[in-house]
Write a protein that binds this ligand. Structure first.
Ligand SMILES: Nc1ncnc2c1ncn2[C@@H]1O[C@H](COP(=O)(O)OP(=O)(O)OP(=O)(O)O)[C@@H](O)[C@H]1O
Length: 447
């Protein structure tokens, strides 16, 4: 058996020496499909039982089974590894479904994933419980986060936007129904704007209202103006816009009350107000003040944000807040606001405390991983939610022009929300595409 493994490895090495070595470095996906996958598949198949044995992932067979093996099959009784239910090759690695024998639990496999990775010579092994008694080993043959390519099937739908790639090769999706409010943290140049850019690219294609708050004079979000229902580029405008959003939230609650339901998703489709996603580019610009006279405005902004974060989920208003830090140093109300933001995305940070601000209260295990994101990998982040689960992701590199083009192409999806009309950004006539059929039916917010 070992000879077969050696033969497969030798084939891989020879192919590498014959020119595929170049492909391995420059086109790892091609190399994986041509060489890596067959070699790894062979290595996995041939060494599966012994690897599971040395990694402690076997159990003693049941009495009956041991009896039958000894007396009927007349073979030596051997420890039993998890049963392989399915092996599937993908463009980034191998997926193996295992049925766990009694006595093993998913955590046992998770604890040995590093040993399995080395045993099968793959870049990473991620273990996911698919249903009770079953786990999936997701192996990647190369570093998929080096040059991110999103899976072809990953498309925005409902209120779900694929934003980045996980290190196990699957798409990470921002699901607004599962995590209605989210916080994105990261140091300068860590990739926060790129994350938001990818998010806007996906959201722009959905029937939602996009509201931008970019108090860095709109340098990032102005480019997306054709698809924005509102844009605030100064703290004063932002304070007024948040007051309008709070009033909109209250109107929507009146609508829910009239229909006797508790959230917008229970309303008939024709009555349901369009979801609103509020994207705040840098929260410190909004709530950090330098003089006493701005205190009243800050108070209004923080109160508005906290009210939206606490209640607006039920009426389909979502917050997506970005910042470099988000702790008590931002002043009164900051930690209260943070506690309402369920989804957490933490890019490279300058100090462990910032990673803790984002992750310690939802996924403490991931703090160390976020603290170690290297500078030369912008766009890499750790995502976590209140379920305690977390993943390492990286966004695809997407230019502002590309996202601006998507926004122009979907400008007809801007819904009719009269309350936001005064905040609608100016769009030069040449940027507005010829009128096409509107996919969004204008709906009154109230009856
Ligand atoms: N996923 C990515 N892949 C490759 N390059 C990226 C990625 N994300 C960001 N970058 C690059 O890193 C740099 C910083 O990105 P970005 O502007 O998104 O960071 P930021 O955290 O918003 O910075 P700042 O706080 O200074 O605005 C940019 O040059 C961008 O092109």
């Amino acid at each position: 058996m070992a000879d077969w493994t050696l033969w497969l490895e030798a084939t891989g090495a020879l192919a590498g020496a014959g020119g595929l070595g170049y492909a391995k470095a420059r086109a790892p996906r091609v190399y994986w499909s041509l060489v890596g996958m067959p070699v790894t598949w062979g290595r996995f198949t041939l060494s599966y039982r012994s690897t599971m044995d040395v990694c402690g992932l076997t159990v003693q067979p049941s009495g009956l089974r041991a009896f039958m093996t000894r007396n009927v099959a007349r073979r030596e009784v051997q420890p039993v590894p998890p049963k392989i239910r399915r092996v599937r090759g993908t463009s980034t690695g191998l997926r193996v479904t295992l049925r766990l024998p009694a006595g093993l639990e998913p955590h046992d496999v998770i604890a040995t994933s590093e040993r399995l990775r080395h045993a099968w010579g793959v870049h990473s092994v991620t273990v996911t419980e698919t249903k009770p008694g079953y786990v999936e080993l997701r192996m990647t043959g190369y570093d998929v986060l080096r040059r991110v390519r999103m899976p072809r099937k990953a498309r925005p739908h409902d209120l779900i936007v694929p934003v980045a790639l996980r290190e196990d090769g699957t798409a990470w999706e921002r699901d607004y129904r599962a995590a209605p409010m989210a916080l994105t943290l990261g140091a300068n140049h860590s990739g926060k704007s790129m994350y938001q850019r990818n998010l806007i690219k996906g959201l722009a294609q959905l029937p939602v209202a996009l509201v931008g708050i970019d108090c860095k004079r709109g340098v990032e979000q102005t480019a997306y103006a054709p698809r924005l229902s509102a844009l605030a580029t100064t703290p004063d405008d932002a304070a007024s816009l948040l007051a309008v959003l709070v009033a909109e939230m209250e109107d929507r609650f009146d609508l829910l009350k009239r229909h006797g339901v508790s959230e917008v998703w229970e309303l008939p489709a024709a009555e349901r107000p369009v979801p609103v996603v509020v994207l705040v580019d840098e929260v410190a610009e909004l709530i950090l003040i330098s003089s006493k006279k701005d205190e009243e405005r800050r108070e209004r902004i923080v109160t508005g944000l906290i009210r939206l974060a606490q209640m607006a989920r039920a009426v389909g208003i979502h917050l997506e807040i970005c910042g470099q830090r988000f702790g008590s140093d931002l002043g009164k109300g900051a930690t209260m606001l943070r506690a309402q933001l369920t989804g957490r995305v933490v890019h490279r940070v300058n100090d462990k405390q910032t990673a803790e601000m984002g992750l310690a209260d939802v996924a403490p295990d991931s703090v160390a991983v976020a603290s170690l994101i290297p500078m030369e990998r912008p766009g890499t982040a750790v995502v976590a939610d209140a379920s305690g689960g977390w993943s390492k992701i990286r966004t695809p590199e997407t230019s502002r022009e590309e996202v601006a083009a998507v926004c122009r192409a979907h400008a007809h999806l801007v819904p009719d929300l009269p309350a936001l009309e005064p905040f609608r950004p100016f769009v030069p006539a040449q940027e507005v595409p010829a009128a096409g059929p509107s996919l969004v039916k204008p709906r009154p917010v109230t009856d």
